[in-house]
Design a protein. Structure first.
Length: 392
């Protein structure tokens, strides 16, 4: 429900402008030959493990930004039309590495809009992500009127999932391709285990030729760019030919959004239940984005994580080695026998050479760290060797 009102408005305009060209759009064709499936490895290009005490405002905003200037000076960014909440900057709790987006029965206003409930919304600040794998690990709230969602938006829209809190054993996958198309979405329902009982992983893999949805690493749905018979729809290898294209298949950069909406603002959620809670929580363990070929403004975060420090150290000096790039806290440090630990913390260690008379390879030292939680990168251990020069 969090996007339906927006998309209805866009559909109405676009349909009026382009109705006469629908037949032409539907007949668009494209020559293709070869393998539609990229066999390269996924590289982590964006991640928030939510281990900090507050929302990281360098990568997230807590409202729907205005298209023209990315500003917050409009009602829609806080209400999403006729939804039942005002999205505030404070409806977030961080607890044991979990972001808890919550909705609360509380009067709030934004410009002329007034609602009886507040809730939380996060949108990535960057210019947008191209093709990739988008993943969230989360536990959903249970309660009539609640509408948690994780989705991609940039003119086109892909819903990794939306869920109705009134039925915690179902979620929907969707694409919203409204522009000039009276059938502007492709919602499907997926029956699963109770989404409020434990954390589950929802994933979308979006490529130039496919959109694939996964639930707990199991493929549950595939959309193809080309209109093909069922026997060919999911195949990677296609013979050289001209294929009919779904002209509305998404190809624009998109932002990441996670939010907890109220879909019926005329009534309190769970209004029929006596002693219903005044707060409900959408718990997020992490959000991650992977790409096989990182776009120009992104890079492989795991490749950048390393233990850095001097390649050569000299007797009587003190030298510091530190963890850089994406990574959690260091749980333990280990050094070679020819080193003395001067001090250490969760990110760095300072050592000093120690001469050992009969130590084999005494002129080579090493520092090694073990991470508290190496996810989403591996391995758990990082090690660095370096030369030691002793003064004779």
């Amino acid at each position: 429900m969090s996007r339906i009102n927006t998309l209805f408005f866009l559909c109405f305009i676009a349909f009026g402008l382009t109705f006469s060209s629908n037949f032409i759009l539907a007949q668009k064709k494209e020559f293709f030959s070869g393998n539609r499936c990229d066999t390269g490895s996924w590289k982590l290009v964006f991640a928030d493990e939510f281990n900090g005490p507050t929302l990281d405002r360098s990568i997230w905003r807590s409202y729907g930004a205005k298209w023209e200037d990315q500003s917050d000076n409009w009602e829609f960014g806080r209400t999403h039309g006729n939804e039942g909440q005002i999205y505030t900057d404070t409806n977030f709790i961080f607890q044991d590495g979990i972001l808890k987006i919550y909705t609360e029965k509380k009067l709030a206003t934004w410009f002329t809009a007034s609602r009886n409930h507040t809730s939380g919304f996060i949108e990535s600040i960057n210019s947008g992500f191209e093709y990739g794998k988008y993943e969230i690990k989360c536990r959903l709230p249970k309660g009539a009127g609640l509408w948690p969602a994780f989705w991609l938006w940039g003119g086109d829209e892909i819903d990794v999932f939306e869920a109705d809190g009134g039925d915690s054993k179902v979620f929907t996958s969707n694409t919203h391709f409204c522009y000039g198309n009276p059938s502007c979405n492709s919602m499907q329902w997926h029956k699963v285990r109770d989404l409020s009982k434990k954390f589950h992983v929802f994933t979308v893999e979006w490529s130039p030729h496919f959109i694939k949805w996964f639930f707990d690493d199991k493929l549950v749905r595939t959309l193809s760019k080309y209109k093909l018979p069922d026997v060919l729809r999911d195949q990677c290898l296609l013979t050289p030919a001209e294929y009919e294209v779904d002209s509305l298949f998404p190809d624009q950069k998109m932002k990441i959004i996670a939010n907890l909406a109220l879909w019926d603002w005329s009534k309190p959620f769970d209004s029929k239940k006596r002693n219903a809670p005044t707060k409900y929580y959408f718990d997020i363990d992490y959000i991650r984005v992977y790409q096989k070929t990182p776009q120009s403004d992104l890079f492989d975060l795991c490749a950048k994580r390393q233990l850095v420090g001097p390649e050569k150290i000299i007797e009587d000096g003190e030298y510091t080695y530190s963890l850089e790039g994406l990574g959690s806290k260091v749980s333990s440090w280990q050094v070679s026998k020819n080193l003395i630990i001067i001090r250490k913390d969760e990110k760095s260690i300072t050592v000093k050479p120690k001469y050992i008379q009969n130590l084999k390879d005494r002129d080579i030292g090493f520092v090694q760290l073990a991470l508290v939680d190496p996810q989403p990168c591996s391995p758990k251990l990082l090690k660095k060797y370096f030369k030691i020069q002793f003064l004779m």
